[in-house]
Design a protein around this ligand. Structure first.
Ligand code: DGJ
Length: 725
């Protein structure tokens, strides 16, 4: 990556395809361009402004026409004539609400490594320092671009150089202004068991906020947004995608302004946020990943996916095939004993499944979801041999052992609550809001935090677990901590998130060989913050293949599917009673980290015989999801069909998924134009047993006969013909 600075005035970050350009004008750091690569000499004439009768030209140092309202700002603040959304809002010690951050200096450094929060790893970084001389405050803006990825990384740091305290009331991670008003907004919204639903609207006037106030990133809205020029689709058109590397309450704000420009900014949600900054203190924003794609939504997703696989996910995620699990949840829920668990292990042993995961219900006296969270010791009435006994039994049967935990929670009916009735998050005399009969532990308190470190360290160590499923089944309410002073309660949400990261960092570092899977009542905390620590996240509690196909399609906009897990579950499905055949359920579960979550003993002989074959197939499919290129071909949000494909980087091998929801006799065969092939190679497609050239498959397309059966899929291997010999 090249970072070039000309005359302390123009800043160019470029790789072979894209450039991010800024300019200092009248002391302000302005945005010039993010998009296709430009040469350095081009930009001096790019600046434009709109003369405004109500502007504030007195901001200008050099001329009487400059106004902050119509420029493209990198660090917009409140109160000096830019009446759009500010990136930063600060309350000064004397009640000042305004700031003026003026360019001071720049440097190029290796990207800093921070312990407190997750950031994309590595890279060379441009740091631009801006100063508010009146209040002695400095903002450092960090910009990183990689050679091999068209994603710009942004984060900010503020340092209080004064001898007085100040209070941040908004400190976003980035701001980006766009020329023009013709944009579509693509985002991911949802609810439990219905995550990652794609929303696509034309951007309307005013401010649109996509946000979570839940204390976590949430099912409701994912910290992702794409702004696309109106003439875009999956394969063409200019798209800007933003994803926050953050797991707490967030806000992404899009403002279509009266001057027909668009402002996009975001970071920690400022709805319930304030942060006191004492003299000498500094504060870091989470990171924002901003992708530019000239080739539609697929191009955008490819950049997110590449970046996250190479520089965000924990290293081990790229090293091996994710474990193939049998999970006890939908196999038995809370209704099991030692014999039942052993029978599940027996049935999985030798089938190709390599890990048994004991889900909820193994601890305290938990036989339903109303008790015992916090009592992390084995219920020996249910499991007489204890967890170590189950671990040993797994080893004997050739399986690894995984365990479900929900560390952030406490049940009122638990020994932990009886011993420490003040450990949970609550606020004064207000009746605490129970959700799934449980409360959140106040991680901000040192005693709670230290207790969690110790208890989970010991649990993982003594039971020798190979895999942890880290669940979280409610949102945060009564946001308040007795560990914080009354004038610091606005820090609670972010401090909770920081403490959560610290706890996860501690345990994942202490046990580098243990696989950690994130989970949050399904996919309520699927975000880039979690993917920094967890090599996989349970994508949703919707285990019906029909629902899951849509959900995986949605998640693929922003996240690599190899990091999202899905399981083959019972048919008819336990949530919606829909019957779907065994192979279709497996095809859809193979879109990510794969496993089973049903009573294997209840399967037919034919289904059981399929399991070793499915596990073998997964071992071929998964590395291509992990290292290859992924394309969405047909959207289940727009049709009765779902189709995606993944090809290896050499364009030799890949897999095509096609799924049909409902039979429609009026429909002709679907013609799928494949992607990512070599035009000059000939490929064999095993499902159809045909050979066609890459150019035919991509330009004419493959005619896929519609199925005469509802809810039916195919998973087809695409292989270069020469390789087959
Ligand atoms: C919610 C998760 O998403 C499920 O997979 C399961 O682990 C349950 N919690 C257990 O309570």
């Amino acid at each position: 990556m090249a970072i070039k600075v000309i005359d302390d005035k123009f800043f160019f970050l470029s790789n072979k395809r894209v450039s991010y350009v800024m300019e200092v004008r009248e002391g302000h750091l302005l945005h010039v361009h993010f998009g296709k690569k430009i040469t350095c000499e081009d930009v001096s004439g790019c600046f434009n402004f709109y003369p405004l009768s109500f502007s504030c030209p007195e901001n200008s140092i050099e001329s009487d026409w400059f106004n902050l309202e119509s420029i493209k700002a990198e660090c917009p603040t409140f109160g000096s004539g830019d009446f759009r959304q500010p990136m930063v809002k600060i309350k000064g010690n004397n009640g000042e609400k305004i700031n003026r951050f003026i360019f001071k200096s720049w440097e190029i450094i290796a990207k800093p490594v921070y312990k407190a929060m997750p950031y994309v790893r590595g890279g060379e970084t441009l740091v631009v320092s801006l100063f508010d001389e009146v209040q002695s405050l400095e903002i450092k803006q960090y910009y990183t671009l990689f050679d091999d990825c068209d994603a710009l990384l942004r984060h900010n740091q503020i340092i209080n150089h004064s001898n007085k305290s100040i209070e941040l009331s908004r400190f976003f991670s980035f701001n980006m202004d766009f020329d023009g008003s013709d944009f579509h907004v693509v985002s991911l919204y949802g609810k439990p068991s219905c995550e990652a639903q794609i929303s696509c609207n034309k951007l309307g006037r005013g401010v649109t906020n996509l946000e979570s106030n839940c204390g976590i990133s949430s099912h409701k809205q994912n910290p992702f947004v794409a702004l696309s020029k109106t003439d875009y689709n999956e394969h063409a058109g200019e798209v800007y995608g933003v994803n926050l590397v953050y797991s707490g309450s967030f806000k992404l704000s899009i403002e279509l302004c009266n001057l027909n420009t668009v402002r996009l900014s975001g970071g920690i949600n400022d709805n319930d946020f304030s942060w006191k900054l004492m003299p000498g203190d500094s504060f870091l924003s989470p990171e924002a990943v901003i992708v530019y794609s000239p080739s539609g939504l697929n191009g955008m997703s490819a950049e997110f996916s590449k970046l996250y696989r190479q520089r965000l996910l924990p290293n081990r995620a790229n090293q091996k095939v994710a474990p193939i699990v049998i999970n006890s949840w939908e196999a038995a829920f809370f209704d099991f004993d030692e014999n039942k668990l052993k029978s599940i292990i027996d049935s999985a042993s030798g089938s190709g499944i390599d890990t048994f995961v004991l889900d909820d219900g193994w601890f305290g006296k938990r036989n339903r979801d109303n008790c015992s969270l916090g009592d992390w010791h084995c219920n020996t009435n249910k499991i007489k041999c204890g967890l170590k006994g189950i671990k040993d039994y797994c080893t004997q049967k050739g399986l690894k052992f995984g365990l479900w935990v929900e560390p952030e929670m406490i049940s009122e009916d638990s020994d932990l609550f009886r011993a420490h009735p003040d450990y949970y998050v609550h606020c004064g005399g207000y009746k605490p809001s129970e959700s799934r009969h449980q409360y959140i532990l106040d991680l901000v308190r040192d005693d709670v935090f230290n207790y969690l470190k110790e208890i989970f360290y010991q649990l993982i160590k003594t039971c020798e677990v190979d895999y942890i499923k880290w669940d979280m089944n409610r949102y945060i309410t009564e946001n308040y901590s007795s560990a914080l002073a009354s004038n610091r309660q606005g820090e609670f949400n972010h401090r909770y998130t920081l403490r959560l990261y610290e706890l996860i960092e501690y345990l994942t570092s202490a046990f580098p060989d243990v696989i950690f899977e994130g989970c949050c009542g399904g996919g309520g905390r699927v975000d880039a913050g979690m993917l920094y620590y967890f090599s996989q996240i349970w994508a949703s509690d919707a285990t019906c293949a029909n629902e899951r196909a849509k959900i995986m399609y949605g998640w693929s906009l922003c996240y690599p599917l190899c990091a999202l897990s899905g399981h083959v579950s019972k048919s008819p499905n336990l949530q919606n009673n829909r019957a779907i055949d065994f192979n279709t359920r497996a095809d859809i579960a193979m879109l990510g980290a794969f496993g089973y979550e049903l009573d294997l003993n209840a399967l037919t002989k034919e289904e059981c015989d399929q399991i070793p074959k499915q596990c073998e197939l997964l071992k071929k499919v998964y590395p291509i999801l992990q290292n290859g290129n992924f394309y969405r071909l047909l959207s289940p949000f727009a049709s009765d069909y779902f189709s995606v494909m993944a090809m290896d980087a050499k364009k030799e091998r890949g897999y095509l998924w096609f799924y049909q929801r409902l039979v429609d006799y009026g429909k002709t065969p679907v013609r799928l134009k494949l992607k990512g092939l070599d035009e000059n190679k000939t490929y064999h497609l095993d499902y159809f047993d045909i050979m066609l050239s890459g150019s035919t498959l991509m330009n004419v397309g493959l005619a896929v006969p519609v199925f005469y059966e509802d809810f039916k899929s195919l998973l087809c291997k695409i292989e270069e013909v020469n390789l087959q010999k």
